[in-house]
Design a protein around this ligand. Structure first.
Ligand code: TIU
Length: 230
């Protein structure tokens, strides 16, 4: 077991690398690229781009350390049987889940827009969770996969901070996982929601978990590898 200390708020946290998973939430073309679901909801998708380079660096460091990497994608079956009508019937009728868009049917599994952006594309051996809800635990086998691997800490990043990232952290926290939001690897269409969502995680002594930055995790992984090589 190799542990590392991550500098974070409200305080530093020690995790075992073999019992920690990097969970990258919904870095999908539908949310990050023009023409996808995010833009159809009236959002400026360019606001999410800044989370991509730090996430790429964090992903590279996690892969090098042999950490479990999990990618999630929000999306539904082509027949929409797993999409609640209350979710589908929202927004403009031409821009709803399942409607044709420039990157295929919006938020439908298997369509190009529902897939992960090329910069962060999963590699062989990494887990991809297709989720019908905002939280990554809801109606998925994420909990089973984490339990089978003995995971007890989650480094969580992705989009959007106050929606799918926050819901997943809340779900994970209630299930007993120590959740660490990697702030610069998260982004929102609403910068103020991003800021407040992160503050909510670490408030009250870490009511939902911890907040850190990618450089601090990369540095902790580097220090752990250096110590192991001694
Ligand atoms: N619209 C929005 O902010 N987010 C979502 O719909 N899904 C995720 O956050 N992934």
């Amino acid at each position: 077991m190799t542990s590392m200390v991550i500098q974070a708020e409200p305080g530093a946290i020690t995790v075992d690398i073999g019992r920690t998973a990097l969970v990258i939430i919904d870095m999908q073309r539908d949310f990050l690229e023009p023409g996808g679901f995010g833009e159809t909801l009236g959002n400026d998708v360019s606001l999410l781009a800044k989370a991509v380079p730090p996430t790429k660096a964090l992903l590279a460091a996690a892969r090098k350390a042999g950490m479990l990497v999990i990618h999630t994608r929000e999306g539904h079956r082509p027949d929409l049987s797993d999409a609640p009508p209350a979710k589908v019937n929202r927004g403009s009728p031409t821009h709803r889940i399942g409607a044709p868009g420039p990157m295929g049917r919006i938020l439908i599994r298997g369509e190009p827009g529902q897939d992960i952006i090329p910069e962060l594309y999963p590699i062989e051996g990494e887990v991809v969770i297709d989720k019908p809800g905002k939280g990554a635990f809801f109606a998925t086998d994420l909990g089973l996969i984490l339990a089978n691997r003995g995971i007890d800490a989650l480094l969580v990043c992705g989009v959007t901070t106050e929606v799918c990232v926050h819901t997943t952290i809340r779900e994970g926290n209630d299930r007993g996982y120590r959740c660490i939001a990697v702030g610069d690897c998260c982004a929102s269409y609403f910068p103020e929601f991003h800021e407040v969502a992160l503050r909510m995680v670490k408030a009250q002594g870490g009511i939902f978990g911890w907040v850190t930055e990618s450089a601090k995790v990369v540095s902790a992984l580097g220090a752990s590898a250096a110590a192991a090589a001694e």
